[in-house]
Design a protein around this ligand. Structure first.
Ligand SMILES: [Fe+2]
Length: 302
């Protein structure tokens, strides 16, 4: 019997409504990118699951989720999805579900339990009925850093103690301990350091959010950051990267291996990016600063 579990991770799919423009040169057509990734994956008889780690929809709108759900339904294996900061809590849960596409929070396979953590949970607000809901202004979720909050952190601890599996792996949108400078994530990292310090069976994490695929260590665990479909960057070579996904194997002894898979194509050349983009990733410019620079350059070129 083969005890190895095989999973593919997509992240930051950023689906748009039909006919909606990607953000000029700053974004890929995510329908095209999904088709290219889907073809690259091909037929897999040996896959156990496909996971998607957030920013499923570009603006958290129902038609964008409908398109995402249709796209994910093309896989011949089950797909499980967790939200990102671009998503919207209720519409995400209500609009993604299909017979083979779920928003489950815990999935056990063999010796492994996979937890799907909402890294925007700490940014939700309590409504008059006592439910945790999205803040009234979409921007307050969109522009917030990751935040577990006390309830999500307690939920992780509870699930790790409840599951029967020997090994736990966590899927989450915002990567804890990420070296990318634009993330102002001290409080978020502290939340994770607290949780992981008490949970030795958590073997690693798979995340997204930065659109800069990476692998690094945090609290003795490997964090794998998956590529986006919207745009991707290589922060070592200062170039754009094509869209892609990550493949994973999980062995019964607790070993995790992951490989970055990028879909090179003329549509997504690995061209260098400029100083302004570098400054954004280094945390020296904001998105608004970058947008203002792009608009000024467009005017100068007009
Ligand atoms: Fe994203």
């Amino acid at each position: 019997m083969n005890d190895t579990i095989r999973i593919l991770q997509l992240s930051d799919t950023h689906f748009l409504e039909d006919g909606a423009d990607p953000e000029g040169a700053a974004a890929y057509n995510t329908d095209e990118a999904f088709d290219a990734v889907f073809r690259h994956i091909g037929e897999h008889d040996d896959l156990d699951l496909v996971v998607v780690t957030g920013d499923v929809a570009d603006h958290g709108r129902r038609p964008q989720y409908r398109k995402a759900a249709e796209a994910f339904s093309r896989f011949s294996v089950a797909v499980n999805v967790t939200p990102g900061n671009h998503d919207q809590d209720a519409v995400f849960t209500a609009s993604m579900a299909r017979p083979s596409v779920s928003t489950s929070r815990v999935i056990e396979v063999g010796a492994w339990a996979f937890l799907f953590v909402d890294s925007s949970a700490g940014n939700l607000v309590i409504d008059a009925t006592g439910r945790a809901v999205d803040p009234p202004e979409y921007a307050d979720r969109l522009h917030s850093d990751g935040s577990l909050g006390t309830a999500e952190a307690a939920w992780i601890r509870d699930m790790v103690s409840q599951v029967g599996a020997d090994h736990v792996f966590i899927w989450v949108h915002h990567p804890p301990g990420c070296p990318v400078g634009m993330l102002n994530a001290e409080a978020y990292n502290a939340e994770w350091a607290d949780v992981l310090g008490d949970l030795p069976t958590v073997r690693g994490l798979g995340a997204g959010h930065t659109h800069a695929p990476d692998t690094y260590e945090f609290m003795g665990r490997t964090v794998h950051v998956g590529p986006a479909l919207k745009n991707n960057f290589d922060l070592t070579k200062n170039t754009w990267l094509p869209p892609g996904y990550r493949s994973y194997t999980f062995d019964a002894d607790g070993t995790v291996q992951s490989q970055l898979q990028l879909v090179d194509d003329d549509r997504w050349p690995r061209r260098p990016f400029g100083r302004a983009m570098r400054a954004l990733f280094d945390g020296e410019l904001t998105f608004d600063d970058l947008r203002a620079i792009a608009e000024r350059k467009a005017l100068e070129g007009a």
